[in-house]
Write a protein that binds this ligand. Structure first.
Ligand code: SF4
Length: 227
């Protein structure tokens, strides 16, 4: 499979945020989100076999733990990435899959924790979520909405309610997008949507969701790769 990078860092934006995690970042994406922070994955990378990827994961995290399969869009390489996820599960790793949900998810092993980033109207890639993927949801999965406007928030709020997401998955995450040109000293002012405003909207609407900030963006400069 085509791999951009494999490295150990902290998980940044889910209920696993703050935990050590090995990231297996696959090359290539079929979407072009306006706030994308992973454009360097769109091309390049190196071709590695399942055994080579597994060996690298074991090298950086020999005693198990979290492994996140991400990209780009990892499910574009479904034929290779599904056996990889099963192999990692068999070796007692906890496997997270970060995906837009644009590709079918029915072949993903049920024990994998899917973190599905449903694209909102102002992402530049609205209406790309494959609605049939709701049937593949497991109770441990998480649905994430990255928000940059009030319109994005209303879409996420209404989508979550319409599809009863809070009762179907472990978490519904509302996450303000972060400015991709942010560098140097960073704080909440670098979010494209004010987190305080988002919190007030969620409280006013009794949203059964979790406000999440992209932890790694506050710790490391967004321009730094491999963290
Ligand atoms: S799906 Fe992810 S990797 Fe692809 S363009 Fe959107 S944010 Fe970037």
């Amino acid at each position: 499979m085509q791999i951009t990078e494999i490295y150990k860092s902290l998980q940044g934006e889910s209920t696993h945020a703050g935990l050590p995690c090995v990231f297996v970042r696959l090359t290539g994406c079929n979407l072009r989100c306006s706030w994308c922070d992973s454009e360097y994955t769109f091309s390049g990378g190196r071709k590695l076999s399942l055994d080579e990827v597994f060996a690298e994961v074991v090298r950086v995290s020999p005693h198990g733990g979290l492994v996140e399969i991400t990209g780009g869009e990892p499910m574009l390489q479904e034929r290779e990435v599904v056996p990889l996820m099963q192999h990692l599960l068999d070796a007692n790793y906890t496997v997270l899959l970060e995906t837009s949900g644009e590709r079918p998810l029915d072949k993903v092993p049920p024990a994998v924790i899917k973190i599905i980033d449903v694209k909102c109207p102002h992402s530049g890639e609205p209406n790309t979520f494959r609605i049939e993927n709701l049937d593949a949801l497991q109770p441990h999965d998480e649905i994430k909405f990255v928000l940059s406007t009030r319109g994005d928030y209303e879409f996420a709020r209404d989508f979550a309610a319409k599809h009863s997401l809070p009762s179907r998955v472990n978490a519904v995450l509302f996450s303000p997008a972060f400015r991709k040109d942010a560098s140097g000293r960073r704080d909440a002012a670098h979010c494209l949507l004010n987190p305080q405003e988002l919190a007030e909207w969620m409280l006013a609407d009794n949203v059964a969701g979790r406000l999440g900030l992209q932890l790694h963006k506050f710790i490391w400069d967004p321009a730094v790769k491999g963290v």
